[in-house]
Design a protein around this ligand. Structure first.
Ligand code: ATP
Ligand code: MG
Length: 394
C-alpha cells in the first residue's frame, strides 16, 4: 500500500544556517542503508521534510522500517500514501480509500489533522480537517470524531503533491552520523564499550575503533567476538575502521617489571597512549571508553585520574560514567550486543590481573613504576604499532 515514507527529524531543525549540512547527511545515511534493502528508492528533501519514494515495483516494507529505525537523526518514520492529483475531489476519494484499506475495523475515534504548505489550495488547513472529517463520518458511520484525544490521527499534508498518513513510527533520535566529526572507541569484548560507542555515534559522531589483542593469551575467538560486536555497533554508526593491536609484549614487560597490583592501571595507561596516537593519525577528535565510576578497581576516581592523565591532546569521552551496570545492560540488549558480550572468551585485562589490584593508585607512584619500563618501552611501542591490523567493518 505504501510507496513513500515521510521522515521527520527534530534536533536538526535548530541548526540555523548549517541545517542543510545535517539534512544532506541524513539523506546520505538513509540512502546508504536503503542500498542494503531489496527494491530501489529515491531520497529527497523538501522544506523541513525528507521523503523516500519507492521507485521499484516491489520492496520489503518490514525491512525498510527495520533499517530506518536505526538511522540516527530520524525522529519518526511515517509511511505515506502519495497523491499526485491533489484536487479536492480526488483527495477525498484517496482519503476514504486510505481509511478503508488501512483499517478493517473502523470502530475508533479519529481526527483529521491537515497542514497546507501550498497556500493557494482551495481550503485552509482547519477547513481541510473539518470538511474531510465530515466526509469520512458520512461514509463510515462506525467511526466517530474526538478532537481532543482521538485513537487515530489522520494526517493530510498539501505540498507539491498531497500526502496521507496515520502511522507514526518512532525513530532512534540523535543526530546524523558524520555531522560531529570522528572519535576512536577503545573496544573490548565486554558489555560496556560497545554501548559507549553506540551512545557517542548517536550524537552524530563517526566511529573508529581499537582493540588490544594479547595472543596467545587471548584467542582468535576473542578477536572474532570483538569483530562481531563492532558489526553490531556499525548497524547504527555506519562503517567502522577497527584497528587490532598486538599488546602481548607490552603486557609481558609490565608484568615482569612493575608491581603486580598496579598492572591493570599501567596497562590501561598504555592502551590510552596508543589509542591517542592512532586517533590523531586518523583525524579523530577524541577517545571513547566504556568506563563507569567505581565499576571495577581500574575505574575508581583515583584510577580514572591516573589513566586520564596520559592523554595529552584529546579529550576522553566516557558516556557511561554515571550509569549503573543494569542500565548499561539494558542498552546492550536493545542494540543486540549483550549476548555477544557475555560469551566467555578471555579478555587481555583479565589474564594478567592481580588478585588485589590497587583501588586508590597514586599517580606519582604509578609514574615511578612506569620508569621501570624506560629501557624497553619505546621499542615495544614501535613493534605494537607495526602490528596494527585494520579491519573494515560494516
Ligand atoms: P568493557 O565491558 O567495555 O570491557 P570493563 O568493565 O570490562 O569494560 P575495563 O576492562 O576496566 O572495563 O575497561 C575499561 C575500558 O577500557 C573499556 O570499556 C574499553 O573502552 C577499554 N578497554 C579495556 N580493555 C580493552 C581492550 N582489550 N581493547 C580495547 N579497549 C579496551
Ligand atoms: Mg573489559
Amino acid at each position: 500500500m505504501y510507496k513513500a515514507f515521510l521522515i521527520k527529524y527534530s534536533e536538526i531543525g535548530i541548526k540555523g544556517k548549517n541545517r542543510y549540512v545535517f539534512e544532506d547527511a541524513l539523506c546520505h545515511n538513509i540512502s546508504s542503508v536503503l542500498k542494503g534493502c531489496d527494491g530501489s528508492f529515491n531520497v529527497s528533501k523538501e522544506r523541513g521534510r525528507i521523503y523516500i519514494e519507492v521507485t521499484s515495483d516491489d520492496y520489503d516494507y518490514d525491512e525498510v522500517i527495520e533499517r530506518l529505525t536505526k538511522v540516527f537523526g530520524i525522529a519518526a518514520i511515517c509511511p505515506v500514501v502519495l497523491v499526485e492529483d491533489k484536487s479536492w475531489d480526488n483527495l477525498c476519494c484517496e482519503a476514504c480509500d486510505f481509511v478503508e484499506r488501512q483499517y478493517e475495523d473502523r470502530n475508533f475515534t479519529f481526527k483529521v489533522m491537515a497542514k497546507r504548505a501550498d497556500k493557494n489550495y482551495i481550503y485552509t488547513s482547519p477547513e481541510i480537517g473539518m470538511n474531510l472529517g465530515g466526509i469520512l463520518l458520512e461514509k463510515y458511520p462506525e467511526m466517530s470524531v474526538d478532537v481532543h484525544d482521538p485513537e487515530v490521527m489522520i494526517y493530510i499534508e498539501i505540498r507539491e503533491k498531497a500526502y496521507i498518513y496515520s502511522r507514526v513510527i518512532p525513530g532512534p533520535g540523535g543526530m546524523p552520523v558524520g555531522t560531529s566529526g570522528k572519535a576512536m572507541l577503545l573496544l573490548s569484548g565486554g558489555i560496556d564499550s560497545p554501548v559507549a560507542g553506540y551512545m557517542i555515534a548517536k550524537r552524530g559522531v563517526k566511529i573508529d575503533a581499537v582493540y588490544f589483542h594479547a595472543p596467545p593469551y587471548t584467542s582468535e575467538r576473542a578477536k572474532k567476538k570483538v569483530i562481531d560486536l563492532a558489526k553490531k555497533v556499525a548497524v547504527y554508526s555506519g562503517k567502522i575502521r577497527l584497528h587490532v593491536i598486538n599488546f602481548t609484549d607490552i603486557q609481558m614487560a609490565i608484568y615482569e617489571r612493575c608491581p603486580h597490583d598496579e598492572l591493570t592501571i599501567i596497562m590501561r595507561r598504555y592502551m590510552m597512549r596508543i589509542a591517542e596516537k592512532l586517533a590523531l593519525e586518523s583525524d579523530c577528535l577524541g577517545l571513547i571508553t566504556g568506563e563507569s565510576i567505581g565499576q571495577v578497581a581500574s575505574q575508581t576516581m583515583h584510577s580514572l585520574r591516573s589513566t586520564n592523565e596520559v592523554c595529552e591532546e584529546l579529550p576522553v569521552y566516557r558516556p557511561l560514567i554515571a550509569f549503573d551496570k543494569q542500565d548499561i545492560v539494558e542498552i546492550s540488549q536493545k542494540i543486540d550486543t549483550f549476548d555477544i558480550s557475555i560469551q566467555p572468551y578471555e579478555d587481555c585485562c583479565t589474564i594478567f590481573v592481580a588478585k588485589h589490584p590497587v583501588t586508590k593508585p597514586n599517580v606519582n607512584v604509578i609514574r615511578k613504576s612506569e620508569r621501570k619500563l624506560e629501557e624497553v618501552i619505546e621499542g615495544l611501542l614501535e613493534t605494537a604499532y607495526a602490528t596494527d591490523e585494520v579491519i573494515e567493518i560494516g
